[in-house]
Ligand binder design. Structure first.
Ligand code: SF4
Length: 602
């Protein structure tokens, strides 16, 4: 009985992904043989070469002479979408070539070195080289995307071809058609070189929308090419479970099991079932098709005892493959969010109620992983770590004299008093990702953020005084937000003393968000699914449109990026591992005051 857990592109390729290591640890402790494979980092390493980028440019040019053939057997609707894709692709490629002016040749020549900069300590920690390399890789991925336009792969996102929807027939069509799916030929080639015959179960973790098309493409190929049972799990599958479970083809063509919610207990029970030690009905939190094709759902797993969960097992990972020279280890200190009431949020939706590991158990885990993998750097991947927990955590780290550096999400709670922040800094905290969201009290009320607004600036100021870096997330254009209210938020973003990094995002109406239950306060009149496999709704608001939100956000972002082009980490989210490494390496003052000489082309 052998199990493989694989991660899926696209995910920011800076460090290993926790879910697979966590489940491998659980299975290992239960006596099963479990391997892990990071298909995401393999994908980026395979495509980010001078040869591949050059080949993509040539392929794009060939497309202008010989577009792909429209599948004669395709449904009329899909034929029309292929036709539209071909037209859009032609326009995208022509526009790129017209504006190129020799840039593509430079990017192709520099791609290999850019990857080397990301992986080599002395090059990575030179901000001039780091930012240049980052821009080269972004340009390289633009070229790599051309033959698949209008789909687009980036380090921080995969934007699927917008000609197709997220309804299952559209995703299914893309999973079978290499003309509109960059991952299909990639996975076919990669799998041809792999012997997966030893595996009885392959688990794929889907965490984000960016992984739906690649994840289902991979799942389908694995189901065709291996004898292993295929299990799809992860937070994203949990969120779309009510829709995806109604699609019979998912169970015939893509997977054998959907794992709904936290997998720590289920993967062990599933392995026991496949090993003949229990019946499938007794495996918790599973959806599958029985012998007659009837979809069955098993009982939801009882809440986990977090202290009893095994440590993650990163043994199979090649840490040198990631686009940072030092490994930032992901660790979960608890599960869920202790507030869990923000109207727009679907982060915390899961089976497990909010719970934290005991502080000593959490510090044991961090100490163990740090020693075992030789890295002092940690990303605590929790939705929000409570200040009281962090206070004790810092004390325990200091008591043991551990030399670690870490970051996580946190809420701007008044319990983050100056002495708590100072102790956290001394214990190794280097930045927190604070959910600032919006300046307006009225809008914050609608969001039900549940923090004392009069204390926000003081906490940020105290954090700076303690030596911490403030990464603030902002939610722009909440429905009914007025231009003045938006401007007030933008003024906060530009407050350089309190906000070191800004991470803006657009409001989206999520299927699992509380807001969906009563949209009237947000002036949303009606909404409809964006597709069965999408986690957001399209909506109409009497006050603003989705297009307007996008336009406002883009115009703010363009200006902010230009205004801060010479600063380090002024605007980012996905680069949080690199930010931790820079802060730990140089300290706050250097990162804050450094000004790039390299001129970025934005
Ligand atoms: S936005 Fe953050 S604080 Fe609010 S419910 Fe979601 S995870 Fe919790």
């Amino acid at each position: 009985m052998k199990v493989l857990f694989s991660s899926i592109p696209q995910w920011y390729p800076a460090s290993p992904y926790l879910a697979c290591a966590l489940l491998a640890g659980q299975l290992g402790r239960a006596g099963f043989d479990a391997d892990t494979y990071d298909f995401n980092i393999a994908f980026f390493n395979d495509i980010l070469t001078c040869e591949q980028v050059g080949a993509a440019l040539e392929k794009a040019k060939r497309f202008l002479k010989t577009p792909f053939e429209i599948d004669a057997d395709a449904e009329p609707q899909m034929k029309a979408k292929l036709q539209e894709t071909a037209e859009v692709r032609k326009n995208v490629i022509e526009a790129y070539l017209a504006a190129d002016n020799g840039r593509a040749a430079r990017v192709i020549a520099e791609t290999g070195n850019a990857v080397k900069v990301m992986k080599t300590k002395e090059l990575f920690y030179d901000p001039e080289q780091y930012y240049r390399a980052k821009d080269v890789l972004a340009d390289a991925l633009d070229i790599l995307s051309l033959p698949w336009a209008p789909a687009r792969i980036r380090l921080d996102n995969f934007i699927a071809n917008p000609v197709f929807t997220y309804d299952f027939p559209d995703v299914d069509f893309q999973c079978r058609n290499a003309a509109v799916n960059m991952f299909l030929p990639y996975f076919e080639k990669a799998l041809a070189g792999k012997d997966l015959s030893a595996y009885d179960l392959i688990g794929l973790s889907v965490t984000d929308l960016s992984q739906i098309v690649p994840g289902l493409t991979l799942a389908r190929l694995l189901k065709q090419k291996t004898k292993a049972k295929i299990c799809l799990g992860g937070n994203y599958i949990f969120k779309i479970a009510p829709d995806i479970k109604k699609i019979p083809k998912i169970f015939t063509d893509y997977c054998d099991f959907l794992l709904i919610g936290d997998g720590e207990r289920t993967v062990v029970e599933l392995a026991e079932y496949l090993d003949g030690r229990r019946s499938v009905e007794t495996v918790h939190s599973l959806i599958y098709a029985d012998a007659d094709g009837v979809i069955r759902e098993t009982e939801t797993a009882p809440l986990l005892d977090l202290d009893a969960v095994a440590y993650p097992d990163f043994d199979g990972y090649d840490f040198g493959a990631y686009l940072t020279p030092e490994t930032v280890i992901p660790v979960q200190l608890g599960k869920g969010c202790y507030w869990g009431k923000c109207t727009f949020c679907d982060f915390y939706t899961g089976q497990q109620k909010f719970d934290m590991k005991h502080v000593t158990r959490a510090v044991d885990e961090v100490e163990y992983l740090s020693k075992k993998y030789g890295s002092p750097y940690f990303n605590f991947v929790d939705e929000a770590v409570p200040p009281a927990f962090y206070d004790k955590f810092a004390a325990e780290v200091l008591r043991r004299g551990l030399k670690i550096f870490f970051y996580s999400f946190a809420r701007l709670e008044k319990a983050f008093k100056p002495e708590v922040l100072q102790n956290l800094y001394r214990a190794g905290a280097r930045f927190f990702m604070w959910g600032y969201e919006a300046a307006s009290e009225r809008v914050m009320g609608l969001m039900n953020k549940g923090i004392d607004l009069s204390r926000r600036e003081q906490i940020l100021s105290d954090a700076v005084d303690a030596g911490l870096w403030n990464l603030c997330t902002f939610l722009l254009c909440y429905p009914t937000e007025t231009p003045e209210e938006l401007q007030a938020t933008i003024d906060v973003i530009y407050n350089d003393r309190l906000v070191d990094t800004c991470t803006p995002s657009n409001f989206a109406l999520k299927k699992n968000a509380i807001l969906k239950n009563d949209v009237s306060a947000a002036a949303i009149t009606d909404f409809q699914a964006n597709g069965e496999l999408h986690i957001s709704y399209k909506y109409h608001s009497t006050v603003t449109t989705m297009e307007e939100i996008k336009r406002k956000r883009n115009s703010f972002e363009r200006k902010f990026l230009q205004d801060t082009a010479d600063r380090l980490f002024a605007h980012t989210f996905t680069e949080s591992d690199a930010l931790l490494l820079y802060l730990a390496h140089y300290g706050r003052e250097f990162v804050k005051t450094y000004r790039l000489k390299y001129k970025r082309e934005l």
